[in-house]
Design a protein around this ligand. Structure first.
Ligand code: FPP
Length: 250
């Protein structure tokens, strides 16, 4: 497969493998409705697709995979649907606690965890601790939970402003690198590739700061049907892009 072959390309070349891929896992509801199933069945199939794609990313040599599991706006959904997504997350966290050390998978959460149930927060804390004991070069999955790009930026600004008010920081010291260190994604490179399945072509408050120079890949495939071949297509499309970062082609 082309994506597998390109793993051997030299880092820094336009055709190399993205180090960080981010995915908006969209289309679960439509996938279920098309089959006459409840929307929650779509989320269950979506969680399976996440497991499949995370494993594939790890095997390919992608270092970071960030997925949008639950946005700050998703609380508007029915209590049943929100509850079902939380149950799937809990199930995944329990599995991860048992397997991440053996599989060498680090797991982190982006988002404001305050309104998340104490049970899920405790499990996330556990996966966080396990991750901190795994080598930093191991594959890392980031799950965005109660996440919004605007909310992430606001939380960072509030923290920095409070440090200025306490006399610990000076506003004029702030630059892009320092600001990035206040974000949930601190220490992680920006995603080179952002994928949105299901035919929608918008960012929906995902990684607003981090996407400044990301390449976007859209596909009509619904997330539960997104497979390894589809990820290969996204990576091959990425490898054909001419990334100039505001400069001109040499
Ligand atoms: C968007 O599709 C999907 C969500 C809001 C939830 C995603 C959650 C999971 C895949 C399950 C838990 C995740 C993990 C990591 C174990 P949609 O419901 O908006 O689809 P639609 O646009 O077709 O209605």
């Amino acid at each position: 497969m082309a994506a597998l072959l390109s793993k051997n390309n030299k880092a820094g070349q336009a055709a190399c493998l993205p180090r960080h891929i981010a995915i908006i896992m969209d289309g679960n509801g439509r996938w279920a409705t098309k089959r006459g199933l409840p929307r929650t069945a779509g989320h269950k199939a979506g969680a399976e697709a996440f497991r499949r794609i995370a494993t594939y990313c790890k095997n390919l040599g992608v270092q970071y995979l960030t997925v949008y599991a639950f946005s700050t706006e998703n609380w508007k959904r029915s209590a049943d649907e929100v509850g079902a997504i939380m149950v799937l997350l809990k199930k995944y966290l329990l599995e991860a606690i048992d397997t991440m050390e053996k599989d060498q998978i680090r797991l982190k959460f982006f988002g404001d965890m305050t309104p998340i149930s104490p049970e899920i927060r405790a499990l996330a804390h556990e996966t966080d601790e396990i991750s901190d004991h795994l080598p930093e070069q191991d594959f890392q999955a980031n799950i965005c939970l109660n996440y919004g790009g605007r909310d992430e930026i606001l939380r960072a600004v509030r923290t920095f402003a409070a440090e200025c008010a306490a006399g610990e920081k000076k506003p004029e010291d702030l630059d892009e690198t320092i600001f990035s260190s206040y974000l949930d994604s601190r220490g992680i490179p920006d995603p080179e590739l952002i994928i949105r399945p299901s035919g929608e072509q918008r960012l929906s408050n995902f990684l607003l700061w981090q996407c400044a120079y990301s390449e976007f890949y859209y596909t009509d495939t619904l997330w539960p049907d997104f497979d390894e071949a589809e990820l290969d297509r996204a990576i091959v499309a990425y490898q054909s892009r001419d990334r100039r970062f505001g400069g001109v082609k040499k």
